[in-house]
Ligand binder design. Structure first.
Ligand code: BZD
Length: 830
């Protein structure tokens, strides 16, 4: 698009971009150059942060040549590409991943050593970009990693939040949120393009006018505008020379400030519009599972999607693009409903800018989107009130009405006389107020709609979107989630990776099915011993991390039982807590001799949405119970609860490889998939879990003998709820449960303060929407089986090895293959 205005004369100016040499000397040179010329300091006076930034920029330099080469190659032979639209990317630290992708780890280590610097210290200086809430955001990060590794043409589009997911701290056992200023120490991985401004409009009104050809058209006269500034991030494939792009948008005011007002002396007023515009990319909404119907959130959604579609049409495509060919050029994947406003946005561009009539624009648009749903909770389905939509995006609202009109005609044609069905399926809902149902809009406009695990996709078809699947059965499909083996095995578990590579060779990192070759080694005593050694080393590592990071002293020689995920009632952290209280109550009541108890450490990691009262009370309860159990001498050190604050990707990478037991205990039918569950299994933890989400597939693959199943399945849940669930009945009929609840209720864990636990206890006894009490006994029984199994370390190791060997299916490379073959139909590796 741009370039020098005259032919370059110097031979280097037109030659191919070259990578710096892959040698220790070459690396030292690049590093010192970055330190001296980039940071402007000599080595002798450089701070840790100087060194980290210089190292990051050095590694980025190695990526850049490949990135430019990848882009040039793709431009020369443009194929259909994926525009992955996601409001969240929970990336985790970048340095190690980039070193691994470029195969520079050993070189960097040695080069830094020769400069008197410890690579590990620099690793720890990196602040992870937490631009996501949980599973959905982390999934997007895994997917773009896999697409680069598969050399698939993809651009990830999203928002460059100035503040990511809040930093969690505990004050007197209660969660206190601290802003996550992840850019405060510099952003060495991003390449900003302040000159690439994309105009984004909001508000105002629409008007009709008659064009030169006599046809009536519509134009949108906006009320206010902002600019989208492009920030590029490199997404390296694993040792394949490919580097893809993640493009995040930052909002900037159209004018820095109003000079007239400024000159008149009102500085605050002069910058007000700037602050207002720039708020759009200021902060990630920390809510997951329940969308907040906030205007700013809709502004964020429209902002990033409008920038991304504009960017694709105006910059990524050749200038002579015929928009009628769009479906052969692009498929936009909608990561949940957050980017769904992109559908009327593309319609608007095609109709108002490219002059296509509605029918033609609609025919094109319907081929350019595919939709992934990530939930089953009805309260999580996003809706926007019509009045807000009319005020903020009046043209889009008109287009949505037009889409709805032709869609409802289709419904009437397919199901004549069924007006109830028409009402149910309408994109516009009437209750409790007139609103746009984003999941309906997404489903109507998409080529494919997918759930994220077999069970989830089945329930989507049968329950959440059943009217739509009746109308368009072939539209619905499943793609089971996956995780990247680069970050979550190779990088995070170097000990296990070495054992695997020593045993079956290196190929598994980019072809995780090859883990199957480990299956025979489950029967090999020597291999099992080595496998246990790996676990022991990983436990040592997490012990050191928790001591340094949180001042937590993990007891040694315990079964390490881990429950890490967002705090949510449906995930049932309270069930885990009731189990620990039950074990503890058994000891202090004298019923169980502490000497006979299996030593067990439970590690919780969980952030609560700041406005989610029950979740925050649960955090307080966990911390309260931990404090008492950990310090009660009667326990003889057999039980321990650790709750390190601020669970994030970095901590996950340390914790998961050390775990013996993975807690996946959501109420059946509520967890769409889960992806933590996959990471644990791949790292040789056994799962205790319900028949929910991807647990179902994990159990099928590893086999019943290597999985601790408990609880009701989804049909049983539906049946119990239909006949009327009464938690008190379980409380009254189960003595151990009653004693555990009574102990909490007595104030035993809260210095006698019963009020402090009443929210959680009251809910369990009189509401318990997620059937914790109904699944309690089954869970306790399954935990007893865990203890019996753990007592036989040889058998446990055999099961753990089989978990690793049989879960290669959960590589996100496989998920991407499924999307490519069944949804996107794009070419890889051109
Ligand atoms: O998506 C999660 C599901 O709960 C998991 O079961 C699933 O494995 C992953 C990936 O498919 N959903 C989320 O993480 N959702 C959110 O974080 C979210 C964020 C904002 C608004 C609504 C939901």
């Amino acid at each position: 698009e741009r370039g020098p205005s005259f032919a370059p004369k110097h031979p280097l100016a037109s030659g191919p971009v070259s990578t710096p040499p892959h040698t220790v000397d070459g690396f030292v040179k690049e590093f010192l150059r970055e330190l001296n010329y980039g940071q402007g300091v000599p080595l002798s006076r450089s701070s840790l942060n100087d060194q980290y930034l210089a190292l990051a920029r050095t590694v980025r330099g190695y990526l850049t040549a490949r990135w430019l080469q990848t882009a040039t190659r793709r431009r020369q032979k443009p194929h259909k590409m994926v525009g992955y639209l996601s409001a969240e990317y929970l990336l985790g630290r970048q340095l190690d991943n980039a070193l691994l992708a470029t195969d520079l780890t050993a070189i960097a280590d040695e080069a830094l050593k020769q400069c008197g610097i410890d690579l590990d210290a620099l690793r720890q200086a990196e602040i992870e970009p937490g631009l996501g809430n949980g599973g959905l955001g982390r999934l997007a990060a895994c997917f773009i990693d896999s697409l680069a590794t598969m050399d698939a043409p993809c651009v990830g589009y999203g928002l460059r939040y100035e503040y990511g997911i809040f930093k969690q701290t505990f004050v007197d056992g209660r969660q206190v949120e601290v802003p996550d200023n992840w850019l405060s120490m510099g952003g060495p991985w991003e390449i900003p393009h302040p000159e690439m401004e994309v105009p984004v409009h909001f508000g105002g009104h629409t008007e009709r006018y008659v064009g030169e050809d006599g046809r009536e058209r519509t134009r949108w006269i906006s009320g206010w505008d902002v600019l989208g500034i492009r920030y590029n991030y490199m997404v390296p494939g694993y040792q394949n020379g490919v580097v893809n792009t993640l493009r995040l948008w930052r909002a900037r005011a159209t004018r820095a400030f109003d000079l007239h007002i400024f000159n008149a002396g009102d500085y605050a007023e002069a910058v007000r519009s700037q602050t207002f515009a720039e708020n759009i990319s200021k902060v990630l909404y920390p809510e997951d599972s329940t969308p907040q119907g906030k205007e700013l959130r809709l502004q964020q959604q429209y902002f990033f999607v409008a920038c991304s579609i504009y960017d694709f049409l105006k910059h990524t495509q050749p200038t002579d693009l015929d928009v009628r060919d769009l479906p052969e050029r692009i498929i936009f994947q909608l990561n949940d409903t957050h980017p769904v406003i992109g559908i009327p946005e593309l319609m608007r561009l095609l109709m108002d800018d490219y002059d296509l009539p509605f029918d033609e624009a609609w025919a094109i648009t319907r081929q350019c989107f595919a939709y992934t749903c990530h939930t089953l909770l009805p309260e999580a389905l996003e809706v926007w009130s019509v009045s807000l939509m009319e005020r903020l995006l009046p043209r889009h609202m008109e287009i949505i009405y037009m889409i709805n009109e032709v869609f409802l005609e289709e419904v009437r044609e397919a199901f004549p006389g069924d007006e109830l069905r028409v009402r149910r399926m309408s994109i516009i809902g009437d209750h409790p107020e007139r609103s746009v149902r984003m999941a309906h809009l997404a489903t109507v406009a998409s080529v494919k709609v997918n759930g994220v695990a077999e069970l989830h996709s089945q329930l989507l078809r049968d329950k959440v979107l059943s009217d739509f699947s009746e109308m368009w059965p072939e539209k619905f499909t499943n793609v089971t989630n996956g995780v990247t083996p680069r970050r979550f095995v190779r990088q995070s578990n170097p000990n296990l990776s070495k054992l695997i590579t020593d045993t079956i060779g290196v190929g598994w990192v980019a072809n995780l099915d090859r883990l199957r070759e480990l299956e025979v080694y489950a029967e090999d005593e020597e291999f099992r011993a080595k496998f246990r050694e790996v676990k022991a080393l990983n436990k040592e590592r997490i012990t050191a991390v928790l001591k340094r990071r949180d001042g937590i002293e993990l007891p040694q020689g315990h079964l390490l039982d881990v429950m890490v995920k967002r705090l949510h009632e449906y995930k049932r952290q309270t069930l885990k807590l009731l189990h620990m209280v039950t074990l503890y109550e058994g000891i202090i009541s004298g019923e169980v001799d502490a000497a006979t108890v299996t030593p067990r450490t439970v590690v919780f990691g969980a952030k609560a949405a700041p406005g989610y009262r029950m979740a925050k009370e649960t955090i307080f309860l966990i911390n309260s119970v931990a404090k008492v159990i950990n310090n009660d001498p009667r326990v003889e050190g057999k039980l321990f609860i650790a709750f390190p604050a601020n669970y994030n990707v970095t901590l996950a990478e340390r914790l998961i490889p050390a775990a013996d037991l993975s807690e996946q205990i959501s109420l059946a039918g509520k967890e769409a998939s889960g992806t933590g569950n996959m990471k644990f299994a791949l790292n040789g933890a056994l799962t205790i879990g319900t028949d929910d989400g991807a647990n179902v597939e994990i159990r099928q693959l590893v086999g019943d003998d290597n999985f601790f199943l408990f609880g009701m399945d989804e049909p049983a849940v539906a049946e119990l709820q239909a006949k009327g669930y009464q938690p008190t009945a379980y409380y009254e009929s189960n003595e151990r449960l009653r004693r555990a609840i009574n102990l909490i209720d007595s104030g035993h864990f809260t210095d006698g303060n019963r009020e402090a636990v009443s929210t959680v206890i009251g809910d369990l006894l009189y509401n318990d929407r997620f059937l914790v009490l109904a699944d309690y006994q089954s869970y306790i029984d399954a935990q007893a089986k865990v203890e019996a199994a753990y007592a036989d370390q040889e058998a446990w190791s055999r099961s753990a090895i089989l978990n690793v060997a049989r879960t290669g299916f959960f590589s996100s490379d496989r998920s991407m293959r499924d999307y490519i073959d069944r949804i996107w139909h794009i070419k890889t590796g051109s």
